[in-house]
Design a protein around this ligand. Structure first.
Ligand SMILES: *Cc1c(COP(=O)(O)O)cnc(C)c1O
Length: 402
């Protein structure tokens, strides 16, 4: 049972079938004039329309990229370079995806100033902090829609309104929210919005950046002038066709999937918190994606938990240090104010509408078992300790400390 759909998803059968003709039969370069070239160009145009429809944009506001990371880089660097003369200040949150965070670190070395807004213990920024951070030099606000580790949703509409009032461009990384909750560029008041295909059962290595009409970016990839000169390079036609199909499918099923996934999510949260002592939910109980939950269990190590769950056939992920490339405990969980020791005992479970039936009772039984076994070996575990939790109010009736 694959429970790590925030990391990536399986390409759906429908998407794969849609892509197949574009590898051999329809292999033309969309920039050429003869018929197989035109046929690829048509596929590209139709795909652009489908992606635009899925976020309530116009097709000429969609630029295809190699994925979420490139879209974030293009939005942030492209805007920062373009507006360098106007100002050098950028505002973000301290729980952004590395594609945003490390892009901003790079800009800091080029003499841009970045303000990192803190989040509260539930993972949400405070609007007051945003207002206070704005200066005459602020050219960009970049704050993610939904977080990839804890699934919490930021108040994007409100942030966008403030950005507009202050004449500041607003970018949001909607890679995790898209396909899970409504992503409508008009309602969200955004100027730039990043999407990725492989998080919505599309192929890897393709994504898009929404660029509101009138906003100009400095290109990062120079070449033959494809994608209106903003992103040169022969388009990944099969990937784009697959991505567009995936967009069409998630849009059509949005409400149905939201109901299905959020009901699984809520049952899972209730059962885990009431069955396993000293277990907590990371991130806001309600303002979260329907498909992501992040728990922490006192006195255990995420890596061991992941390996034992894998042995039982469940694949999930942890914010613990050794599972990351940097050997650093998750900065997102740390930003919630959690003790690093607690961050190590975290577990992220992320579902997909394509997931096969998920037996919650069986899963809770297994995880409860695994957690008990690990605690028996843990020098940190003492059953009589009253561990200092900060989120007890989120527990359901079964919590022995509430
Ligand atoms: C996965 C992810 C990305 C990166 O997307 P890629 O297509 O893998 O480059 C960016 N932002 C968020 C929030 C993500 O979850």
């Amino acid at each position: 049972m694959y429970l790590d759909n925030s990391a990536t998803t399986q390409v759906s059968e429908e998407v794969l079938n849609e892509m197949k003709p574009y590898f051999r039969k329809e292999f033309g370069n969309p920039s050429t004039l003869y018929s197989i070239g035109r046929s690829s160009k048509n596929a590209l145009d139709q795909s652009r329309q489908k992606v635009a429809d899925a976020i309530n944009a116009n097709p000429d506001e969609i630029i295809f990229t190699s994925g979420g990371s490139e879209s974030d880089n293009l939005a942030i660097k492209g805007l920062a370079f373009k507006l360098r003369k106007k100002g050098n200040h950028i505002i973000t949150s301290n729980i952004e995806h590395p594609a945003v965070k490390n892009t901003l670190k790079f800009l800091e070395n080029l003499d841009y100033n970045v303000s990192y807004l803190p989040v509260d213990e539930n993972g949400i920024i405070k609007i007051e902090d945003l207002k206070n951070a704005i200066t005459d030099d602020t050219i960009l606000i970049t704050i993610m829609h939904a977080n990839n580790e804890i699934g919490t949703i930021q108040p994007i509409e409100e942030i966008g309104k403030i950005a507009r009032e202050n004449n500041i461009i607003f970018h949001t990384d909607a890679v995790q929210s898209f396909g899970k909750i409504d992503v409508d560029v008009e309602k969200l008041n955004v100027d730039l919005l990043s999407l990725s295909s492989h998080k919505i059962n599309g192929p890897k290595g393709v994504g898009a950046l929404y660029i509101k009409k009138g906003i100009r970016l400095e290109p990062l990839i120079h070449g033959g002038g494809q994608e209106k000169g903003i992103r040169s390079g022969t388009e990944n036609v099969p990937g784009i066709v697959g991505f567009a199909k995936a967009c069409e499918i998630v849009s059509k099923n949005l409400d149905k999937n939201y109901k299905k996934l959020s009901s699984i999510r809520d049952e899972l949260i209730d059962k885990v918190l009431s069955t396993i002592p000293e277990s907590y939910l990371n991130g806001d109980r309600n303002r979260r994606l329907p498909n992501v939950v992040n728990f922490r269990f006192k006195a255990i190590e995420g890596e061991s938990l992941i390996l034992l769950l894998d042995a039982k056939g469940y694949q999930a992920s942890t914010g613990s240090a050794c599972s990351s490339n940097t050997l650093e405990a998750s900065p997102v969980l740390t930003a919630l104010g959690l003790d690093p020791v607690d961050v190590h005992g975290s577990l992220r479970i992320s579902l997909s509408p394509e997931s096969e039936e998920f037996n919650i009772d069986e899963f809770v039984e297994i995880i409860s078992d695994v957690v008990s076994r690990l605690r028996e070996m843990s020098p940190l575990w003492n059953e009589d300790t009253d561990y200092e939790g900060i989120m007890c109010s989120q527990h359901s009736d079964g919590c022995r400390r509430c």
